[in-house]
Ligand binder design. Structure first.
Ligand SMILES: [Zn+2]
Length: 197
C-alpha cells in the first residue's frame, strides 16, 4: 500500500514537472493529493493553497476573503456577459477516521481521511473552474467557493454571517456530491475506514 502510494506521489511530481495538459488528469491529481494529505476543519491550509495555486495558474486573479475564516478559497469569474451571479461550492475538510484500504491513493495521516468525498468535491469544483473560465456559453458571474469546516462548527455559518456571498450578489448556490461507495458523512464509509471513537 505504501509503495503504491509513493509511486502515486512520484507520478504526481512527474505530472507537475511536465505540466498537466488535460483537466481530467489534473482533477485526479488534485484529488489524490487532497486524499493523501487530509486536513481537519479550519486547518485546510495546504489544501487551500494547492487549489489556489492551480486557480492562479489558470489565470484567476479575483479572490475574496471570508473575514471569519482562514482557509477558504473563493474565486470569482466575471465573464463580462450579462447574466446571473451564481455560486458553485465544495468542501475541503476531512474526518477523524482511520483509513483501512488497499487503494492506490490512501491517507498518509493515521486516523484521518477523506471519507465523505470532500477530496473529490474540491477536485471536481477546481476542474469546473478551469473548464468554465474560457467557456463562451457561460454568462454573468460565477463564484467558486471552496468551503472549509463542513464537518465542524463554522464554515458555511461563518460565510453566511459575514454575508460574503451576499456582498458578491450571489443569487443561488449549487453543489455536487459523489455517492455510492465513498459517499455520506453519516455513512460507515462503506468499509473503507474505521471511525475513531
Ligand atoms: Zn461532508
Amino acid at each position: 500500500m505504501i509503495t503504491a502510494m509513493r509511486m502515486s506521489w512520484a507520478l504526481g511530481m512527474l505530472f507537475t514537472s511536465v505540466a498537466i495538459a488535460d483537466t481530467r488528469d489534473l482533477v485526479y491529481f488534485i484529488y489524490a493529493r487532497i486524499h493523501s494529505q487530509p486536513e481537519m476543519g479550519h486547518r485546510e491550509f495546504e489544501t487551500g493553497r494547492l487549489i489556489r495555486d492551480e486557480l492562479e495558474r489558470a489565470g484567476y486573479t479575483e479572490f475574496v476573503d471570508a473575514p471569519s475564516l482562514e482557509t477558504e478559497v473563493i474565486a470569482v469569474l466575471r465573464t463580462g456577459r450579462p447574466g446571473r451571479t451564481i455560486c458553485l461550492r465544495a468542501e475541503l475538510d476531512a474526518l477523524e477516521i482511520l483509513e483501512d484500504s488497499t487503494h492506490e491513493v490512501c491517507s498518509a495521516v493515521p486516523g484521518r481521511m477523506h471519507a465523505c468525498g470532500h477530496d473529490a468535491h474540491a477536485a471536481m469544483l477546481l476542474g469546473a473552474a478551469l473548464e468554465l473560465r474560457d467557456e463562451p456559453r457561460v454568462t454573468g458571474t460565477v463564484v467558486f467557493l471552496f468551503q472549509p469546516a463542513e464537518e465542524v462548527k463554522g464554515g458555511a455559518d461563518d460565510i453566511v454571517r459575514d454575508s460574503t456571498l451576499h456582498k458578491l450578489g450571489v443569487e443561488n448556490v449549487w453543489t455536487a456530491r459523489v455517492s455510492g461507495a465513498s459517499g455520506g458523512c453519516d455513512s460507515d464509509c462503506a468499509g473503507t475506514g474505521t471511525r475513531r471513537e
